[in-house]
Design a protein around this ligand. Sequence first.
Ligand code: TXA
Ligand code: MG
Length: 361
Amino acid sequence: MKIGSIAQAIVALQRGDVVGMPTETVYGLAGRIDQRSSIEKIFQVKKRPFFDPLIVHVSDIQMAQKLTTIWNPLIEQLTKVFWPGPLTLVLPKSTMVDDLVTSGLQSVGIRMPRHPMALELIRQIQVPLAAPSANQFGRTSPTRCDHVLSEFLDYESVVLDGGESEIGLESTVLAIFPEDKNSEAATQEFMQGRWNLSILRAGMILEKDIRVALKEFDNFKFLPSIEKKMAPGQMKHHYMPSIPLILFEQNDLMEFPSELEVLKLAEQEFDRLPDKIDEVPIKKPKSFHHAERIFLDFDPILAARRFYSQLREASSNKEVDVLYMVINEGHREEIWKALMDRLTKAASLRFRKNRTYWELF
Ligand code: TXA
Ligand code: MG
């Protein structure tokens, strides 16, 4: 890939290629939803399994409405408050959306990104763009243009340079479906219908923000979880840096492992350190000389913005054998939830302090 202009991105999209697109969350690898071959290309270029559905990006509300069979005051309110922005709504899909985009599901994830370049690109091409994060499957998501370039060195197309992503973590994915699944009326007649909401992926828009936005509504409830088959793509491991990341969960702020202790634990558990997780290769350390600690910013907004870049930078240092992070009680607050989800999935091993020693769990 190389850096290009919006005009060049349009040409690439017109001929059925996929392009790198900046968004406020992370960079996406975008393709037109009206061309099956472009959608196939997204999966191929990313080496993404077909069971993992794509999010469709729009530049205006009319475009979003055409993708789904329901639109009601509750959805209207959510889009009014949070769009453009890092909220993906999973809604029943219309026939405009190819099964390949949704991995055969009858629902589709829709989002209006806030980055001006993404909005301009979609506005000009006048077709919604499906876009997963622009990284090889299972890997750390890109938050800068050069991250995208390094993920797809051999693929000939363009990426738009939109600077550093403002949010830095993927959007909150919120599913909305009628409480009574068999009720046709529920989907047709909003006022009579009751709705279930469920956050399928944590992001920087929190459940409490959604509740505030919907304070005038009393016809919905949040479900903590839904059937697994309705929420594919929730792999146990994901976002992984190319060298192993070890996570330490402290109970007491005074307890954190020294670099030496980390190296000793890593060596001791070497056999458990994977060279592949869920088909994603991890460089198994050849020596245990240097463990690099990744520090999270105290401010959750800044911590989220920087996290993926930090992972990339630290794991590209040839001197480093393993990475480690220390998290504590304070990180249990809801504002840290998305980041904790990502770093737990990115970690190869997790330790917790048990009286006097670090225990694997
Ligand atoms: O912030 C974001 O959402 C970024 C930017 C590029 O917009 N995109 C992104 O896409 O994170 P991706 O492909 O890495 O993650 C999409 C995830 C899927 O893995 C799945 O968990 C969920 O969104 N998803 C998409 N469509 C769905 C559907 N119809 N039903 C349930 N979950 C869905
Ligand atoms: Mg992704």
